[in-house]
Design a protein around this ligand. Structure first.
Ligand SMILES: *Cc1c(COP(=O)(O)O)cnc(C)c1O
Length: 425
């Protein structure tokens, strides 16, 4: 499948007249159309709710758009809870799916009335000592072993740090019931960025069967089952997009086969999708500032791995369009690099692209989730701006770029830090 960009060259030029590169650009229209599809695909489930994984794109403007469609927030840290509260998203609209959770985070989550999703058996006691056991709670399940779909390896839960074992889950439910919990939920996240319609239905099967087992073993009937994140997006042109309607329908089949006969036809389904919600609806716009020819042919741009870490961290593929050269033959082979003093700072290695000249503008695709949010400040590099391309074609700055003052802000308790923060550039 050809990878199309949601924005054209002219519009990018117009935006660049106002805001310098690099910046992440988001597509409001794409985000809205996608969340509508998700809701429709699961509309058969009365209590369905998506809790957007805030870590994917922790920007209040993006979260607010999703909230218009009834999405809550899946938070995992203190500051994510703060962001959620500031947007008026509290109570049952927050799923707090954290792990290795500090005390302060549980205190805050409890104060907001968030649904706490416990990552570990020992957290029952930890939570009780910290804030007491709430009336509504969720436990994260880790079935261990290897998670396979028709012999195709998906992921390795046995190596993952998350969740309760099955025995811990059973024992945990018994304890929580005794301590007065009235509403129970279960959660599992077994594979990330899956580009197959099979993942959610198979995960649903695992969780639905576990819910039935828990009812038999403990007498507890769960109120909700959280399928969490993990639906992927096609980063590569040869990958096929998931069909959310097929996924929704096949989860429904599992629901009717496993839960309904057990008198569990009123269980609410939740999701905590991040990548699927915003990933394809963002791109990183960067300008080519250098070209170098040694043993390989390098194109150097004004963005670097601090603006998009996935290629450096996971060797992830991100498609690249040279704006204005969409129809030219890809007859050159380049490494596309940033300016970090780290050789893994490459957005692409041996990529076939049209001839690139200094001053060309590149769009790096699919940066709408786990893009800007994974940013960091190594080499004293600054995080870029975020801009929203609205439905009517206008655009708005939804996060300014960092300045040196931001970088030095944590030194401002010292006189040298104050001087650096106040220095005009
Ligand atoms: C990261 C994460 C998500 C979102 O994952 P995606 O791959 O972006 O869908 C959801 N839930 C939890 C607990 C997570 O850690």
């Amino acid at each position: 499948m050809k990878k199309e960009l949601f924005v054209n060259n002219e519009k990018v030029n117009e935006i660049m007249e106002k805001y310098p590169t690099p910046f992440h650009l988001y597509d409001e229209k794409g985000i809205r159309e996608n969340v509508k599809r998700l809701k429709e695909a699961f509309s058969w489930n009365y209590g369905f709710k998506e809790y957007f994984a805030v870590k994917a794109t922790p920007n209040p403007f993006i979260i607010s758009i999703l909230h218009e469609y009834g999405c809550g927030c899946d938070c995992s840290s203190y500051t994510e809870l703060m962001l959620s509260e500031a947007l008026g998203i509290t109570g049952n609209e927050i799923m707090f799916s954290s792990n290795v959770t500090p005390k302060e985070d549980y205190i805050y989550a409890k104060k907001l009335g968030a649904t706490i999703n416990l990552d570990d058996f020992t957290h029952i006691e930890f939570l009780e000592k910290t804030v007491g056991i709430p009336k509504r709670i969720s436990c994260r399940y880790n079935p261990g072993g290897i998670f396979k779909i028709s012999n195709e390896f998906m992921d390795n839960p046995g190596e993952a740090k998350y969740g309760f074992t099955l025995n811990q889950l059973i024992e945990g439910f018994r304890i929580l019931k005794e301590k007065g919990v009235e509403e129970f939920g279960i959660h599992a996240f077994l594979a990330s960025n899956t580009i197959t319609n099979d993942y959610y239905p198979l995960l649903a099967k695992v969780l639905f069967e576990t819910a039935v087992l828990l009812k038999k073993e403990t007498g507890v009937k769960v109120k909700f089952i959280n399928l969490s994140g993990g639906i992927g997006i096609p980063y590569k042109p040869e990958e096929t997009e998931n069909n959310i309607f097929v996924i929704g329908e096949r989860v429904r089949e599992m629901y009717e086969k496993i839960l309904v006969p057990e008198d569990m036809g009123d269980v609410s389904l939740y999701t905590e999708l991040g990548r699927f919600m915003t990933g394809p609806y963002g791109c990183l716009i960067t300008k080519v500032i250098h070209e170098k020819n040694i043993y390989k042919h390098y194109i150097g741009c004004d963005a670097c791995a601090v603006n998009l870490m996935r290629p450096a961290m996971y060797g992830a593929y991100h498609h690249i369009t040279v704006l204005g050269k969409e129809n030219e033959p890809c007859n050159h082979i380049y490494d596309i690099t940033g300016s970090l003093c780290e050789n893994n700072d490459k957005f692409a290695i041996d990529r076939k692209l049209p001839e690139i000249n200094i001053g060309d503008v590149l769009a790096i695709h699919d940066t709408g989730a786990h893009g800007h949010s994974m940013g960091y400040n190594y080499n004293g590099k600054l995080r870029s701006a975020e801009i929203l391309l609205k439905q009517d074609g206008s655009f708005e700055l939804i996060r300014r770029a960092e300045t040196p003052s931001d970088y030095f802000a944590t030194l401002d308790c010292f006189s040298i830090g104050k001087k650096l923060c106040n220095k005009k550039i």
